[in-house]
Design a protein around this ligand. Structure first.
Ligand code: NAP
Ligand code: G4F
Length: 334
């Protein structure tokens, strides 16, 4: 049985990847952070299946603690390491640039060092990001497009990208960068713009909320479905040679278009509810991202399945269920 280790297992992608690998009969280990409240909400459902429960194991760790990462790797001896842990919020990275660099940049280096020092060779996946293209110098962006990061988060991810390439070349480690464009789901964190919109729109529809405050509505992103994207991570790790791949839909849409899609589906006019709030603007913005995933299509035989419209509706339907539960609790005075 293959053993996989996932950092960031409690996040959106970590939960989909754990589910995917368990279905492929892996033993899955996940690193979680100690928290004063429960932080395993996205993976708790995996314990319902007794067959999967026995192969899912959690261990405490943190990307800022290299000694602990090394001892985890030496104990578990994984075949595949997926580095998904990050302070992943771009706006927050402007408020916490040094912490973001420590976790998203040096954290990757700590993990690569732990992989290098393992007795048994392990494959390594780095969660690289389209944010590295930032002020994009060409459209669409491919593996050959130069990086121009526009945030402390983007800079930290560029650092990790090159460390991953360097460990591949210097130490012959099977190390891959997945350069993933934005991917969303009902499990997306509620402070990212798509989920913030689907949560608010469904609550507005049920009379639980009056307004939605947003920043730049003109930004354009290449939005795909997280469930599709974790398969691409795994496919990269099954190739004969390690490499770097862009994973994207090839379509770009503005925040405004996402609002149209979601509020339109709920038969609401978003212009009546949305107000601008400068708190959500960034000192430097990434105006437009659009990925060219033709390399992944050619070599990994990977293609996205869920469309923009399906994604918006899937997220809206899931959040409508949450809003209805909230409304029932409110009506019962809870
Ligand atoms: P996410 O939902 O924010 O999950 C981040 C995960 O990292 C969580 O499990 C979090 O733990 C963990 N984490 C944060 N700081 C940590 C630390 N110091 N030590 C250990 N774990 C830590 O992010 P995501 O959307 O799943 O993204 C997964 C990865 O892909 C990230 O590296 C992100 O930067 C990258 N990425 C994401 C996208 C996207 O569109 N989603 C696109 C490109 C790249 P807690 O649950 O305890 O907070
Ligand atoms: O949803 P976002 O916060 O995602 P962003 O900044 O593109 O970053 C996400 O995708 C990256 C891949 O390119 C990942 F690497 C990263 O970890 C993260 O998952 O913002 C999308 C756009 C931005 O242009 C932002 O300015 O939406 C705009 N926006 C407008 N109003 C807002 C808001 N973003 C947020 N979070 N909140 C707003 O109220």
């Amino acid at each position: 049985m293959k053993i996989a280790l996932i950092t960031g297992i409690t996040g959106q992608d970590g939960s989909y990847l754990a589910e995917f690998l368990l279905k492929k009969d892996y033993e899955v280990w996940g690193i979680t952070r100690r928290s004063s409240s429960f932080n395993t909400g996205r993976i708790d459902y995996l314990y319902k299946d007794p067959h999967e429960k026995s192969r899912l194991k959690l261990v405490y760790g943190d990307m800022t603690d290299g000694v602990n990462l090394s001892s985890i790797l030496n104990d578990i001896k994984p075949d595949e390491v997926y580095n998904l842990a990050a302070q992943s919020h771009v706006r927050v990275s402007f408020d916490q640039p040094i912490y973001t660099a420590n976790v998203d940049g040096i954290g990757t280096l700590r993990l690569l060092e732990a992989v290098r020092k393992m007795q048994k060779p392990a494959k390594f996946y780095q969660a690289s990001s389209s944010e590295m293209y930032g002020k994009a110098v060409e459209m669409p962006q491919s593996e050959k497009t130069p990086f121009y990061p526009r945030s402390p988060y983007g800079c930290a991810k560029v650092y990790s990208f090159w460390q991953t390439v360097n460990y591949r070349e210097a130490y012959k480690i099977f190390a891959c960068n997945g350069i993933l464009f934005n991917h969303e789901s009902p499990r997306r964190g509620e402070t990212f713009v798509t989920r913030k919109i689907t949560r608010a729109a469904t609550r507005i529809k049920l009379g639980l909320q009056e307004k939605l405050y947003l920043g730049n509505l003109d930004a354009k992103r290449d939005w795909g479905f997280a469930g599709d994207y974790v398969e691409a991570m795994w496919l990269m790790m099954q190739q004969d040679k390690p490499d770097d791949y862009v994973i994207a839909t090839g379509q770009t849409h503005s925040v405004r278009e996402f609002l149209d899609e979601v509020f339109g589906y709920l038969e609401l006019d978003w212009e009546k509810y949305v107000e601008k709030d400068t708190r959500y603007y960034r000192p430097t913005e990434v105006d437009v991202l659009q990925g060219d995933a033709s390399k992944a299509e050619k070599y990994l035989k990977w293609r996205p399945k869920v469309t923009f419209k399906q994604l918006a509706r899937m997220m809206t339907d899931a959040d409508m269920k949450l809003a209805k539960q909230e409304k029932i609790l409110k009506e019962h005075g809870q």
